[in-house]
Design a protein around this ligand. Structure first.
Ligand code: GDP
Ligand code: MG
Length: 177
């Protein structure tokens, strides 16, 4: 059996959380399909999408879960979080209110999943420079205080989208290997 054939299968469940309309579904659409929906409705959310990734020559499957809009009613269920080993905690840099919700999302994540779930704080819509309400420094400071990774992304212009998912998957892989 060659080295290649001996590779194990890794399947990591990763959840997308954060307020409605911060761009969770579009981050997933950009990452998994290189698509963007300028006027997306919450109904475009799939249950999850499995994306193959290569980390240190190993094939990893990231099973990325998206909500179908239930976050609008604060009704994300425990089944959504169950078994998650990674999370992208997303806010919109152009709406401070979505940044103010991060603490609540973090509590919910820790209530429903393992305390060690690898989490990245994601400030999405970095392309909206003129409408920015949350500075990069504020995002960074919150992430540091909470022990989270941090990145600003744009699902519109693609910046840092793959990097944000890769950061989480790499760290999970490092912990497990
Ligand atoms: P969700 O409710 O968190 O899943 O958010 P959606 O992905 O449905 O996005 C909500 C709205 O924000 C849609 O109109 C998207 O086109 C828009 N949007 C998402 N990501 C970005 C981004 O990076 N930049 C800009 N300018 N708009 C975005
Ligand atoms: Mg959505």
């Amino acid at each position: 059996v060659s080295e290649e054939e001996k590779t194990e299968d890794y399947l990591f469940k990763i959840v997308l959380i954060g307020d409605s309309a911060v761009g969770k579904s579009n981050l997933l659409a950009r990452f998994a399909r290189d698509e963007f929906y300028p006027n997306s409705k919450s109904t475009i959310g799939v249950e999850f999408q499995t994306q193959k990734m290569d980390i240190n020559g190993k094939e990893i499957k990231a099973q990325i879960w998206d909500t179908a809009g239930q976050e609008r009613f604060r009704a994300v269920t425990s089944a959504y979080y169950r078994g998650a080993v990674g999370a992208l905690l997303v806010y919109d840099i152009s709406r401070r209110q979505t940044f103010d919700s991060i603490g609540r999302w973090l509590n919910e994540l820790h209530t429903h999943s393992d305390m060690n779930v690898v989490t990245i704080l994601v400030g999405n819509k970095s392309d909206l420079r003129d409408a920015r309400e949350v500075s990069t420094a504020e995002g960074k400071a919150l992430a540091e205080a909470q022990g989270l990774f941090f990145m600003e992304t744009s699902a519109l212009d693609s910046s840092n989208v793959a990097a944000a998912f890769q950061t989480v998957v790499k760290e999970i892989y490092n912990i497990l290997s």
